[in-house]
Design a protein around this ligand. Structure first.
Ligand SMILES: [Zn+2]
Ligand SMILES: [Zn+2]
Length: 129
């Protein structure tokens, strides 16, 4: 059933994409432009990429959230880990959650280890005396 493309307003038959073929193509080309720019200028901030490529920071954020793009700076505080809510730079999850190592158990083990270390140090101090 033909309908209007939400981007350009053109009539198109909705097949497997929510936007028309022209917009899909334009979108892909835009992303390629952004990707190449970031590849050549890996230290650019999101704002710089946005200005140079004419893409909104919001759209860059979208790419980054989808894991398609990595941007060095400028998106701090805009993305949080979907699992633990920690602020992250790229993707959906923080490194720890992505690796699946940020389990509650590991947290407890880390605390236990720290306590054991502290105890050892205290014991060592007494022995030295
Ligand atoms: Zn369109
Ligand atoms: Zn996390």
């Amino acid at each position: 059933m033909p309908q209007n493309c939400p981007r350009c307003g053109k009539m198109f038959s909705r097949e497997d994409s929510p936007i028309c073929k022209d917009c899909v193509k334009a979108e892909a080309e835009k992303f390629e432009e952004v990707r190449l720019f970031v590849k050549e200028n890996p230290l650019s901030s999101a704002q710089e990429v946005s200005e140079t490529c004419g893409v909104s920071v919001k759209r860059l954020l979208h790419y980054v959230r989808e894991g398609k793009l990595e941007i060095a700076t400028g998106l701090e505080g805009m993305i949080n880990c979907s699992k633990c809510g920690r602020p992250i730079k790229n993707g959906r999850m923080c490194d720890r959650c992505a690796k699946g190592t940020a389990s509650a158990l590991e947290g407890i083990m880390a605390v236990n280890k720290a306590q054991a270390e502290a105890k050892k140090n205290t014991t060592g101090m007494f022995t030295n005396r």
